[in-house]
Write a protein that binds this ligand. Structure first.
Ligand code: FE
Ligand code: FE
Length: 165
């Protein structure tokens, strides 16, 4: 593949992530508020802060390219948020609501992990070494969050939801 067209695709991926992260940043505090489990709420709050860092890293990467980070809408993130809202409405009772929040959040984490993994692979091909490092840091935080959500779900949330049901 011609490097110019790969770079165009790379920038497209980064812009998509930048918009997705901004949408996540808006949704996460609401999800934290809705959570009844202390640890789950703390996990959402922590990931809100991490998400600010993810945006900062993307801005850093864009600073090294001749592009602005904005101007693209991530339709997938919008859809994931819509589904999260539906899920929260349909499972409004504690502690099933917590299980629904985890289900929605993990879809997000996996979407982000796919995006960052792809962007990092492109950055490697393009020889953008600083970007590879920054994208790896974010990818690791997304993966860690996903594991933490799994731990919380398996430890208590889903089980309590089942008992309540
Ligand atoms: Fe993120
Ligand atoms: Fe995330």
């Amino acid at each position: 593949m011609h490097l110019d067209s790969l770079k165009k695709l790379y920038v497209h991926q980064l812009k998509d992530l930048y918009n997705a992260e901004n949408q996540v940043l808006e949704a996460l505090p609401k999800m934290a508020k809705a959570a009844s489990d202390e640890e789950l709420r703390a996990a959402f709050e922590k990931h809100t802060e991490e998400t600010r860092g993810h945006l900062g890293r993307l801005e850093k990467i864009f600073g090294g390219l001749d592009f602005e980070p904005g101007g693209q809408h991530c339709h997938a993130a919008e859809g994931l948020i819509k589904e999260a809202k539906e899920l929260m409405r349909a499972n409004a009772e504690e502690p099933v609501l917590d299980a629904a929040l985890v289900a929605a959040a993990q879809r997000f984490e996996h979407y982000e992990m796919a995006g960052y993994g792809t962007a990092r692979a492109f950055a490697k091909k393009l020889g953008e070494h600083d970007a590879v490092e920054l994208l790896t840091e974010t990818l690791d935080e997304e993966a860690k969050t996903d594991r933490e959500l799994t731990r919380l779900a398996e430890r208590s949330i889903n089980f309590e939801a089942m008992v309540a049901g």
